[in-house]
Design a protein around this ligand. Structure first.
Ligand code: 8YV
Length: 328
């Protein structure tokens, strides 16, 4: 059953400039307001733009909260092209009967590739080495020039063993001969853990025993500064920390301190607490690779994420079940 009477058109907001050819697939069922300049709407502007809409296509940049929802009485569906939903107040959506959909699965392998790339870049100091060469500082070979840590054969601790964590574990075990420890809300089914050659342990054990620690957990308030000064101190001297989860999981000042002191060997961050602003303490920290939240950014994957978000929107607006609703 359609959500509006015959003759009147549904209205959808596409909050950022995403692949016009994919968005065009909404036009036969809805009047579509796009964002050709790709500007990020302030909360007030977003409220204004969404006020008369039945559906919204959003990215991780748009925050959906109770105040916004109260200004959108017609809203039926919020479709985010991200897998993470920490920018959406799910309880407020549920209370108002607004369906929330997200984009899992399509980005898993691409994001896992990037997590591994960031681990390799950090451990093997690729960022520092490239800057050094480009700056014309390479005048002679020397025995320990940018000598980093080995990744192959080392122990990788994965915090958050969902789809992406598991895809990283497969790369680590089968591609790099690593031993994998993991920490998760609950252990995997024994057969799944066995197939991944991954061993469950508590966070302290994982931090103590891993040469490299990779964060791939979904963000929730409980995960805020999960890795702070005390946890960094538990990590092995010379270990690597990689964060592809959300910036808030790591205390950035404590991380900078652990790099300056030499306790941590290296780190790689794709996500930041105040992004797109980056805490200046990170910019001056040594042996740190920084990337602008691009783990899912291959062109085919970003297109697949947008396509899935469109398919979810179409389904809900046409009265069908969404492909990938947010559970819970
Ligand atoms: C997004 C992500 O690219 O899907 C997620 O949860 O973190 C990334 O894939 C990012 O949120 C930007 O919208």
């Amino acid at each position: 059953m359609s959500l509006v009477a015959a003759g009147s058109l549904l209205r959808v907001l596409v909050a950022r400039a995403v692949f016009p050819d994919i968005i065009d697939a909404l036009r036969d069922i809805a009047d579509v307001e796009t964002t050709p300049d790709d500007a990020i709407s302030s909360p007030e502007a977003l409220r204004r733009r969404m006020a008369d809409k039945h559906g919204a296509f959003i990215t991780g940049s748009e925050r959906i909260d109770a105040a916004l929802l109260d200004a959108c009485p017609l809203l039926k569906v919020v479709s985010t092209m991200t897998v993470g939903v920490d920018h959406i107040d799910l309880a407020a959506c549920r209370a108002r009967g607004v369906t929330v959909t997200h984009a899992p699965d399509v980005l898993t392998e691409t994001t896992a590739d990037f997590g591994f790339a960031l681990l390799l870049a950090a451990a093997r100091r690729i960022g520092d080495a490239e800057r050094y060469l480009r700056a014309g500082q390479w005048t002679k070979w020397s025995v320990d020039l940018f000598a980093g840590a080995d990744v192959h054969g080392a122990t990788l601790g994965i915090v958050g063993m969902g789809r992406i964590g598991q895809a990283i574990a497969r790369r680590a075990v089968h591609g790099f001969g690593m031993r994998v420890l993991y920490h998760n809300r609950s252990p995997l089914q024994p057969a799944v853990a066995q197939a991944l050659h991954a061993t469950y342990c508590d966070l302290s054990t994982l931090l103590r025993d891993s040469h490299h620690v990779l964060l791939a957990l979904p963000y929730s308030p409980a995960a805020y500064h999960l890795i702070g000064a005390a946890q960094l101190a538990q990590m092995r001297r010379g270990a690597t920390l990689v964060n592809i989860a959300r910036g808030g999981v790591v205390d950035e000042a404590a991380l900078a301190q652990a790099l300056h002191s030499g306790h941590l060997g290296a780190a790689g961050l794709d996500v930041f607490e105040g992004e797109p602003a980056v805490n200046p303490v990170l910019l001056s920290a040594p042996r740190l690779v920084l990337t602008p939240h691009i783990a899912s950014s291959s062109l085919p994957t970003r297109r697949a994420m947008a396509q899935l978000a469109v398919d979810n929107l179409r389904a809900v607006l046409q009265g069908r079940a969404p492909l990938t609703p947010v559970q819970g």
